[in-house]
Design a protein around this ligand. Structure first.
Ligand code: ADP
Ligand code: ZN
Length: 579
């Protein structure tokens, strides 16, 4: 139905063009030559004239007996008309435009009017959202429904989203306890990691309709249209009772306001964002509508979106590690004939591939197999597809990283992890991974620090050592000349702690118990000695870190090599490797 509506607009466009063509053609045909007044009097005297059209304009139009027509100056005299009539010439007072002109002109006018009315009503109703809105009703079509089996890996995210599914399925259960369903969930992470897929799976699992809209749809529309689209979307969703509303690229409308300074588009974004916030606060938490938004960068979003009662649940969707990649590859191979494929090996080679990229790798292999008329996808097809996929991407992309870099990251992260386990056993190392984060780190070590009000001097020193552990491991394994820039974040952390110890916590020699920021204008004269002391402190701690790692090189190797293979290690695995 909406498609037909959309096509109606073609009709006035066509009629307008046609009538314009007719008008132009007829006006070419009837160009009238202008002749001098004396020629006119000559014609008058020799009785050649049949009709004269006189009106108030400066020209009058003369038709001759032989059919010719021309115009000449209108003398505006009262006697002319009488003279003409006496000569038996027909005189017409008014130019009546020929029908061949009025009809097309009329049609043109009507068409333009219709066109304007259509455009305005379309903009007002936000009607175009209907065409750009992606809607799938999983409550009616259970077969098409995606579920969590279509999403491999991402176990933590799935678990968190399972809650939402349960809320949608059994609202009474939660109502009984007065529990509120989260209204909004933000999925954030690299492109192609399966955020859309997960949102669809939530709708599929719960058996409710899925409405999707992309933030980029709002970027180039007239003021007010975006807001209307949002309202329209919520209205449709509410009419169904329960629904999952998915907003992809939410950053396009919900970018932190101070970040966008380019004038006019601001208004539109603000209006759209406000409409979204209003709609979200407009429904009750137990109404059964959940809004899932996706973005690549959580830190770019307007804080208004992240407040409680809005998008208060944030779930990171990470790049898949080797196990997850194995599952994703198997999943996409499921319906494709293949033979003798070492899936684990493919998974190992595709570090830093997103789910979307793995899907495209498998698809590319299937195309190659089809071109070969081969019965199966073979490892040769995968191999060629792999080169195609890699060559198709720029070098700077992460999937191009060499095995050597992977080894470096493994040792670097193992260094942090091991030092933390040795010196700060109370801060649990819950996870080490060499899968990079969206924030740009090459890998990371996640520790859960013990809750404590104060930090003691020895704790701070050990914290610095943990930060330096990455660089220290690089130096031990690869040599002083081969250390990398990977430690940049670590160094700002260790420098920060060391500076604070000396200038704020009264833990240094140069200032003793003086707190530098309270000294005011004298501040600058203390600069150099403080930096010197800071440098000595950090360097000493670094030497001790290197020593400690050397003493435990076996454990370091174990963790690093296991990390190279598994890419992500958790607490209990680490505990076994560290002994
Ligand atoms: P995003 O929304 O994060 O950019 P999508 O959900 O659009 O990513 O993923 C694009 C495609 O990549 C999916 O349709 C699917 O084929 C594939 N894909 C991505 N992640 C996964 C996954 N975890 N499991 C299976 N397929 C995946
Ligand atoms: Zn580091």
């Amino acid at each position: 139905m909406n498609k037909i509506k959309k096509h109606y607009i073609i009709i006035p466009i066509i009629t307008a063009i046609l009538s314009l063509i007719v008008i132009v053609m007829t006006s070419f045909n009837t160009t009238i030559v202008d002749k001098s007044y004396s020629l006119f009097t000559e014609d008058l005297n020799s009785n050649n004239i049949s009709t004269v059209i006189i009106d108030t304009s400066s020209k009058m139009i003369i038709s001759l007996n032989n059919g010719d027509t021309y115009s000449t100056d209108n003398p505006h005299t009262d006697t002319l008309k009488e003279k003409l009539l006496l000569n038996g010439i027909e005189v017409k007072d008014q130019v009546r435009a020929p029908l061949s002109k009025t009809i097309p002109a009329g049609i043109l006018g009507l068409s333009l009017l219709a066109l304007m009315v259509m455009l305005v009503s379309k903009a007002k109703s936000g009607g175009s959202s209907i065409t750009s809105m992606d809607m799938e009703d999983f409550s009616k079509n259970k077969k098409a429904a995606l579920n969590f089996h279509a999403v491999a890996g991402n176990e933590e995210a799935k678990e968190s989203l399972m809650d939402i599914v349960d809320f949608l399925k059994n609202p009474e259960k939660y109502q009984k306890y007065g529990a509120r369903m989260p209204k909004g969930v933000i999925l954030y992470g690299d492109p192609g990691t399966g955020k859309t897929l997960l949102a669809k799976a939530v709708a599929g699992e719960a058996g409710v309709p899925f409405y999707a809209l992309s933030g980029s749809d709002f970027v180039q529309v007239y003021v007010g249209v975006g807001a209307a689209r949002v309202r329209n979307l919520f209205k449709k969703a509410k009419s169904h009772g329960q629904a999952v509303i998915f907003i992809d690229e939410i950053d396009a409308i919900g970018k932190a306001r101070s970040n966008n300074k380019n004038g006019s588009s601001n208004d539109e974004k603000d209006q759209t964002l406000n409409a979204l916030l209003t709609e979200m606060s407009g429904f009750e938490q137990n109404e059964g509508i959940v809004v899932i938004a996706a973005t690549n960068r959580l830190d770019m979003l307007d804080t208004a979106l992240l407040r409680p009662g809005r998008f208060d649940r944030h779930i990171e969707i990470e790049l898949p590690d080797v196990n997850a990649r194995e599952k994703i590859i198997s999943l996409h191979l499921e319906n494709k004939p293949h033979e003798n494929l070492d899936i684990r090996d493919i998974a190992r080679k595709t570090i830093y591939f997103s789910g979307a990229k793995l899907e495209s790798l498998i698809n590319e292999s299937a195309i190659l197999a089809a071109k070969d008329n081969s019965d199966f996808i073979t490892s040769e097809h995968i191999e060629s597809a792999y080169s195609i996929t890699l060559a198709g991407h720029e070098k700077k992309e992460r999937s191009y990283l060499k095995e050597e870099d992977k080894l470096l990251t493994s040792y670097h992260e193992a260094g942090h992890g091991l030092i933390s386990m040795l010196l700060l056993p109370q801060d649990k190392v819950s996870k080490i991974t060499i899968i990079p984060t969206t924030k740009g780190a090459g890998g990371y070590t996640l520790t859960i620090p013990e809750d404590s009000r104060y930090h003691r001097l020895d704790y701070l020193k050990n914290k610095i050592k943990v930060s330096l552990g990455g660089r220290a491991a690089e130096e031990i394994i690869f040599g002083k000349d081969k250390v990398s820039t990977g430690a940049v974040g670590d160094l700002s952390q260790s420098t920060d702690i060391a500076l604070k110890m000396i200038t704020e916590y009264g833990m240094g020699e140069t200032l003793g118990l003086i707190k530098l920021s309270s000294v005011g204008s004298l501040y600058s004269s203390y600069g150099n000695p403080v930096i010197d002391e800071c440098k000595t402190l950090v360097n000493t701690l670094y030497e001790e870190t290197v020593e400690l790692l050397q003493e435990n090189k076996n454990s370091l190797d174990n963790i690093a090599l296991e990390l190279l293979d598994k890419e992500t290690l958790y607490e209990d695995q680490l505990n076994k490797l560290a002994i």
